[in-house]
Ligand binder design. Structure first.
Ligand SMILES: Nc1ncnc2c1ncn2[C@@H]1O[C@H](COP(=O)(O)OP(=O)(O)OP(=O)(O)O)[C@@H](O)[C@H]1O
Length: 353
């Protein structure tokens, strides 16, 4: 019996309290990945049942751990999505499923947030443009298939072309090579967009887009810790992750979950960015802390990750994003742009981009 089968057999001994079936047959156990002696999987639950399912997760983790030959087990609860069926088909050998680099891409950095609307896409767009302005060869993948915002923020429109039906030509503006999952979802592109599942879609974007030679590929993730995040950390050799949060408590709690996920998947955390840190009035320059201030710094210290930047809340940041030229392009000398440019320079100095 393969290690994978042995793990599955043990997981079948755990009962899903919702359906009464075992967790494998019930389909709540997903994305099982066995790599050497390391086992990872997620248990998909209705977010309302998260507390009730935590003992199930712990029991499943323990059951996998009991299998001879298993050394390390990572089991996570994720919010259940309507779409994906249980993913328990036979898979290629573990050696073929481990994290892989993307051809021509030197580094992959993910930008994540626990919660939506904290400015993750704004930060991704500005960092990408700031790195490009420093002379780096930068790619930006907008992996948020439901709420793609990079085409608008970078001011690109039109369809990415696929001359051979296999590779996808990305778009380019402000020195950044960009592709958005959201641009590929129309029927007209069915030829390159067969797998409706997000996980397959992400892999297509990473591997089939002609990124060219890049110093860094920035991946703007959807908020939270779902399938796309997990696929990215498991399938691709990530060099690091940056977690964006506002100083508000609620956003911070979610950010902690994001940091936990990256830790569990051994992704280096480059740091946290506090966005909407201080409000600067565009009329009088008066400063106010609308969402509080310093919350992220305190949290970063507690979690032992660096705080790599504080971005002020300023009307110009939003206006620039809405008009297709991020603030670092539209007003490169403004203090708001400088906040992003300082992070970019710091990343380059540390060899992270
Ligand atoms: N520092 C800032 N100052 C002013 N407005 C900002 C700032 N950061 C983000 N915004 C605005 O807040 C809104 C949400 O930002 P953005 O789309 O980047 O968030 P997000 O975290 O990527 O959201 P989602 O999770 O929905 O993709 C946008 O209108 C953006 O222009």
């Amino acid at each position: 019996m393969s290690l994978r089968d042995a793990v599955l057999a043990n997981l079948k001994k755990i009962t899903d309290p919702v359906s009464g079936q075992d967790i494998v047959s019930a389909g709540v156990m997903r994305a099982l990945n066995v790599e050497g002696d390391t086992v990872r999987f997620v248990i998909e639950v209705d977010p309302k049942l998260a507390e009730r399912m935590e003992p199930v997760r712990a029991a499943a983790e323990q059951a996998a751990q009991m299998v001879d030959g298993v050394n390390k087990v990572t089991a996570m609860l994720t919010a259940h999505s309507e779409k994906a069926p249980p993913d328990l088909k036979p898979k290629p050998k573990p050696s073929e499923t481990g994290p892989a680099p993307v051809a021509g891409v030197d580094r992959i950095v993910a930008i994540a947030s626990g919660k939506g609307g904290v400015g993750k896409s704004t930060v991704s767009a500005n960092l990408a443009c700031a790195l490009a302005a420093e002379g780096r060869r930068v790619g930006l993948l907008d992996a948020d298939v439901y709420g793609p915002s990079q085409p608008r923020m970078l001011g690109v429109s039109g369809r990415p072309a696929s001359p051979d039906g296999k590779t996808i030509l990305p778009l380019r503006n402000h020195g950044v090579t960009m592709m958005s999952m959201g641009l590929m979802t129309n029927e007209g592109q069915a030829v390159v967009w067969r797998g409706p599942m997000l996980m397959g879609a992400l892999q297509q974007m990473m591997n089939q887009v002609q990124w060219g030679a890049l110093d860094v590929l920035i991946v703007d993730l959807p908020p939270g810790t779902g399938d796309v995040q997990l696929t990215l950390t498991q399938k691709f050799a990530l060099d690091g992750a940056i977690v964006v949060s506002t100083p508000q408590d609620v956003a911070l709690i979610d950010a902690r979950k994001g940091i936990d996920m990256f830790r569990q998947t051994q992704t280096p955390i480059l740091g946290m960015i506090e966005n909407m840190s201080t409000h600067i009035c565009s009329n009088c320059g008066h400063e106010e802390h609308i969402f509080g201030h310093g919350g992220v710094a305190a949290e970063a210290e507690k979690l032992g990750v660096p705080l790599i930047g504080e971005i002020p809340l300023h009307l110009d940041v939003r206006m620039a994003a809405d008009s297709g030229a991020p603030i670092v392009v539209a007003k490169p000398d403004s203090p708001q742009a400088e906040a992003f440019r300082a992070i970019a320079r710091d990343m380059i100095a540390k060899g992270q981009a």
